[in-house]
Design a protein around this ligand. Structure first.
Ligand code: PEP
Ligand code: MG
Length: 546
């Protein structure tokens, strides 16, 4: 048995086989090849696999997003089956003696270009689909498709590191746990792992490729992974895992009960989500609404900037499904660790302090307007809030609101209906805390982003694993900043919630309630445990915590 240690980010146990995850590789070899026949066969197999994968995606989309959204995968299948396209690719392999990857890229790019040059707007738009199917074939050829990266069986995934853009693409139903050599506990990857309730270890320095396929236990209580565990250990930890599952099942009794303290104080317990795919867990865990929809995951999940129509569909689906519950959608918060190739952002020395979130949106106005129009259109379908991230100054809120008004006027003129909605900002910079009084005059609510607020208040890079020793999630400066924000919000009639990870910390629930926090938005799996704590508190009695 091999024992390796790391930092646990979830007190849970995962048991299963290990799958070593390799980051996708996209370099295309342009050299000539010898075995032309074998290469043609590789291409034929890859196309067939890509066709089958589009079929699976079609079925999945049909189930979760409906016929209209699913139709795109059917169209992709037809494109891949096209004889002209396939023949052109094979001709490059045989005629020019090039690899299947090179031939695919060349032939598919040519076809995409041909479509792009057509006058008919419908045909023109097919160019992007061709690039999508090209990527699907290349992914199979290069071992970057989901089956190759993640396998087809449930497993504990072991990786050097996982970027948020990689994590969102993982099939959650196949994940029994996650182990990375790198990573920090406040990174978005860790946040995603928590939202999936996934036993996870970061900074596990001893991971090894030889573990691939071996049986393992990830013990989140001890921050250990046991590879090839002894029979005794397997029995003990299986029993512990099953006991955890039973305890979690007991929480189900709290469904449909209010999150109200013994003395009658009601607190909203909402869920944080990344997109429509998380709707199931919002309902399963009886969240009273969504306090943070990280809309950038809609962008991260896409190969190019999602259109107004695509975004509208995603937002509408969430808002409509959860109505009349409140759904707060945060405008695109990209930059720092959430990078997107198609945004073509410059590399920066200091990305956490750089061109990100609202700064990008206020600079690239058309990009921002596409999202705001989609959001405004979705307001007609339920109870929505729109929230701006990374605010430091009042003028940013004023300017963002003016652009929102501009979009509203355009949409009304075009005949769209716009519903009522709330407007808020993330308070996640010390500047916003210190200017909270004036900012509160501009908005209906504040949502404290404690992940970034801690990073900026304590000058601790949330991505830097080396700083964990200096990082104190309960730092008095952060707690003081939260109290100041709550007081400033309330002075001006704005309600105040917390949507950073700290909101789910059960040791702080009483403190937050005594501070006057109105809402806690947490990963869906923490909703019922928090409700349990809230229902056990009596704020009329002396505090049980400092
Ligand atoms: C935060 O900063 O606390 C937050 C909720 O936003 P994100 O983690 O996405 O930066
Ligand atoms: Mg943030």
């Amino acid at each position: 048995m091999i024992v390796a240690t790391g930092k646990s980010i979830m007190n849970r146990i995962g048991i299963g086989k290990i799958k070593i995850y390799k980051a996708p590789e996209y370099t295309i070899n342009e050299d000539t090849i010898e075995d032309v026949e074998a290469e043609v066969q590789r291409f034929n197999d890859a196309v067939q696999k890509a066709i089958d994968q589009q079929g699976v995606l079609y079925e999945k989309a049909l189930e979760t997003a409906g016929e209209e959204s699913a139709a795109i995968f059917e169209a992709h299948q037809m494109m891949l089956e096209d004889d002209d396209l396939q023949d052109s690719t094979r001709e490059i392999i045989t005629g020019q003696k090039r690899s299947a990857e090179y031939a695919t890229k060349t032939a598919f790019d040519d076809f995409a270009q041909m479509f792009a040059e057509m006058d008919d707007p419908y045909m023109k738009a097919r160019s992007a689909d061709l690039i999508d199917v090209e990527m699907a074939v290349l992914d199979v050829l290069m071992g970057n498709d989901a089956d190759s990266l993640q396998g087809t069986e449930p497993a504990i995934l072991v990786a050097e590191d996982l970027a948020p853009s990689e994590t969102v693409k993982l099939d959650k139903s196949l994940l029994l746990g996650m182990i990375t050599r790198e990573g920090s506990s406040n990174s978005h990857t860790a946040i995603l792992a928590r939202s999936m309730n996934l036993p996870s270890l970061i900074q596990c320095k001893d991971i090894d490729d030889s573990w691939d396929g071996k049986m393992a236990i990830l013990d989140g209580y001890n921050g250990c992974v046991y590879v090839d565990p002894t029979k005794d250990l397997l029995e003990t930890l299986t029993a512990k895992r099953d006991a955890d599952l039973k305890k979690e099942a007991l929480l189900q009794e709290l469904k449909n009960k209010p999150s109200t303290t013994i003395d009658g104080r009601n607190v909203h317990v909402y869920a944080n989500i990344g997109g429509p795919a998380d709707l199931g867990s919002v309902n399963e865990n009886d969240a009273e609404g969504v306090g943070l929809f990280r809309s950038e995951f809609v962008y991260l999940n896409s190969k190019e900037a999602p259109s107004e129509e695509e975004q509208f569909r995603a937002y509408k689906r969430v808002v409509e499904t959860l109505a009349p519950k409140l759904v707060i959608i945060r405008t695109c918060d990209i930059g720092a660790d959430k990078t997107i190739d198609y945004m073509k952002l410059d590399k920066e020395e200091n990305p956490a302090l750089g061109f990100r979130a609202i700064r990008i949106c206020l600079t690239r106005k058309d990009f921002f307007k596409t999202q705001l129009r989609a959001l405004l259109r979705a307001t007609a379908y339920g109870n929505m809030g729109i929230m701006f991230p990374m605010i430091i100054s009042r003028w940013e809120v004023v300017e963002a609101k003016a652009i929102l008004e501009e979009c509203k006027a355009e949409l009304l003129k075009e005949g769209y209906k716009i519903g009522k909605f709330q407007l808020g900002i993330m308070v996640e910079t010390p500047a916003a805390v210190l200017c909270a009084d004036e900012l509160a005059e501009e908005v209906d609510f504040f949502s404290l982003g404690t992940n970034d607020l801690t990073q900026y208040t304590c000058a601790i890079d949330r991505q830097n694993a080396k700083l964990e020793r200096f990082s104190d999630t309960h730092h008095p400066a952060v707690l003081k900043a939260i109290k100041m924000t709550v007081d400033a919000g309330h002075r001006h009639g704005a309600w105040v919630g917390i949507c950073g990870e700290l909101g789910a910390d059960p040791t702080l629930t009483e403190t937050f309630l005594r501070m006057g926090v109105d809402e806690l938005s947490v990963n869906a799996k923490s909703v019922l445990p928090l409700r349990k704590i809230i229902r056990s508190l009596d704020l009329s009695k002396p505090a049980t915590v400092e």
